[in-house]
Design a protein around this ligand. Structure first.
Ligand SMILES: Nc1ccn([C@@H]2O[C@H](COP(=O)(O)OP(=O)(O)OP(=O)(O)O)[C@@H](O)[C@H]2O)c(=O)n1
Ligand SMILES: C[C@](O)(CO)[C@H](O)COP(=O)(O)O
Length: 228
């Protein structure tokens, strides 16, 4: 199975409120995105990885790839876009593999076991995503008032990686409605009528987004260290 990876890493991390873009923040001795790349590039199915970096951060990414020994791991850097969707599209255009994984640079805790399960599921319908059942009750709100309570048993919190047949994802990006930025790639594939398979993720496959997430990251890191 030939798999290429797109790592969108061109965000500014506004919600993290950090001095530097959060993907560069240190996570126990290595930048977050380096830890994420190490997981993805060491999966046996992965042959080529493209990092979509901020235009003003490309040299920094290239330098860190060299510093942490990832330059010769089939990792290429391209300029990302103003929205995550554009960054993914730029990376996707560089891949030739039959299958593609799209994975946030700031999700360093995904496991090879879940990546393998995701790739297996994707081969059934051409698209599969990791997700976990929602634990809280979710409500729609309009003008500060609840307008609708969603049926929790049908709700999943979506993660990455997301796996697709490359030609399907390329078609989805090419046909995307640019007026409605997609917050994940599955949304684009759904929009062209493809079935997206849900694969059980892990609750510790968190996306580092706000300062509070560091507490979680620390606990996950310590738990993993004790298990080794
Ligand atoms: N124009 C963008 C925006 C986001 N991303 C990437 O998409 C992933 C998930 O996005 P998110 O967590 O929202 O990161 P930011 O956009 O940086 O965060 P914020 O919304 O708080 O600014 C991150 O790896 C981020 O670097 C990207 O490649 N290009
Ligand atoms: C793709 C994603 O991680 C799935 O939950 C999420 O939609 C990314 O959102 P962000 O605002 O770009 O972090």
């Amino acid at each position: 199975m030939s798999v290429g990876v797109v790592i969108p890493a061109a965000g500014k991390g506004k919600r993290m409120k950090s001095a530097v873009s959060k993907q560069f923040l240190d996570l126990y001795g290595e930048p977050i995105f380096i830890r994420t790349l190490r997981v993805m590039t060491t999966h046996p199915a992965v042959k080529h990885t493209v990092v979509a970096a901020g235009r003003d951060e490309m040299a920094q990414v290239e330098s860190l790839l060299a510093e942490y020994g990832l330059s010769s791991s089939g990792v290429e850097v391209v300029p990302g876009g103003r929205e995550r969707q554009q960054s993914v599209f730029e990376g996707l255009k560089r891949l030739q593999s039959e299958w593609v994984l799209v994975h946030d640079a700031v999700r360093p805790f995904v496991s090879h076991e879940r990546i393998t399960a995701l790739l297996t599921a994707a081969q059934e319908t051409g698209a599969a995503i990791l997700a976990v059942p929602v634990k809280d009750t979710i409500k729609e709100v309009e003008a500060g008032v609840v307008s609708h309570t969603l049926k929790r048993s049908r709700l999943w919190a979506v993660q990455t990686p997301q796996a697709f047949r490359r030609d399907l994802l390329l078609q989805a990006h090419q046909q995307a409605d640019s007026d409605v930025p997609a917050t994940d790639d599955a949304m684009l594939v759904e929009a062209i009528g493809a079935s997206v398979r849900i694969v059980a993720g892990e609750y510790d496959n968190i996306k580092l987004t706000t300062p509070e997430d560091w507490v979680l990251a620390d606990a996950i890191w310590k738990k993993r260290s004790m298990e080794q």
